[in-house]
Design a protein around this ligand. Sequence first.
Ligand code: PLP
Length: 453
Amino acid sequence: MADSEHPKIPEKGLGHDEVLEMLRRFKEGDANYRDSKTWSLVYYLGEEHTRFLIDAFALYFSENALNPMAFKSLKRFEHEVVRMSAALLQGDGNVVGTMTSGGTESCLLPVMAYRDRAAAKKVFRSRKPEMIAPESIHVAWEKAARYFGVKMVHAPLRSDLRVDVEAVRKRINKNTVLIVGSAPSYPHGVIDPIGELGALALEHNLPFHVDSCLGGFLLPFVEQLGGEVPPFDFRVPGVTSISADVHKYGYSAKGASVILYRDMDYLKHQFFVHESWPGGVFISPALLGTRPGGAIAAAWAALKALGMDGYLELARRVMETTRALQEGIRSIPELEILSNPEMSVFAYRSTAKKANIYAVGDVMEEQGWLVDRLQRPEALHAMVTPLHERIVDKFVTDLKQSVERVLADPSLAKQGNAALYGMIAKVPLRGLVKKEVLKMMEQIYGPEMKMPY
Ligand SMILES: Cc1ncc(COP(=O)(O)O)c(C=O)c1O
């Protein structure tokens, strides 16, 4: 078996140049975000901004925000990122929060905090806390439900793919510790009725979290530009917390998000203190122990360097590009945009039986695009960033041709990924899908690292 299949730490260390060259080489087969071929994962603003973030990150490369007394600089950056984000999301001086490693951590923590708050206030009598969230809520919340033993109760969506508030109302019971909504949701890019959910939460004296991991650093600017953005932030009575990712539309280095609470009465349930550890009294504000200083410094640097004017201009470009892309997609008779998304995240699907959308996705991938697939309904997905402005025409042309190819050769729907995704989306026994996917994960993470494709 080749050495690379059973890697060991080399007996004798290699030279820096050699290792760096290997790192560069291994990138070759990766997704091409630099040419705006990707529609998720990377929020790339070009080399100049990236170099700036690298410099900011490097200045605090070794520092650790685990101990705020040791690195007061990092505590200052975290404080300022929280304050700047709170102001952007219309919070008053009482809003508090912490930085986290990303959207998932910013969704995990409030579930734990609200569960423990409910227990501390003895607001539920049984030991089975529940949270109510739209079917479209990000999977990070499902993860939180599993990690923290809180039952996830889904509320169905209306035909416009926003959550049905009456269905949420019906699901409230004595075990409910939290209501969640999205601004916007990842799958469809639409904002749930945050005002109505806030009123419902107030009526039942329940906490209400708005997952604005995607929208937190974009929607305020879309609103300033005159876009139709219903209030989704701390202006809405009843909203008790918001998550917003600096590493998405805040254009920061990866590993940066904020979780904000309306006041300390909520945040204090997120804190962890262990007072009798032999290693000393241990305090931790969030999930991680060691917290990389670089990500915190780079988030602060991004907010300072881009400024309100920079974010506004980037939002203008993103929204213009989104409109152009959607117009292009609508010009293809067999395709439609799902619902009416408020910002730059949207799904599009086929309205013609013969134009299988997953097959369209496969043909697009043959042409170097990395497109994301949705299930229920079967659709493709796009998260638009400023530099996508360069590829609008090419993308629409390729998409048109891909649809034509699939129409001309319907057997494409039965091949490759299209067949796999189509099968996975249609299997009624979801437990079976889970079992198969878990097997695949065991292969990927097994000793041989067997990748499915
Ligand atoms: C609405 C929403 N919440 C949470 C997350 C999780 O964020 P992360 O991937 O940074 O953990 C995402 C990621 O796309 C998201 O769109």
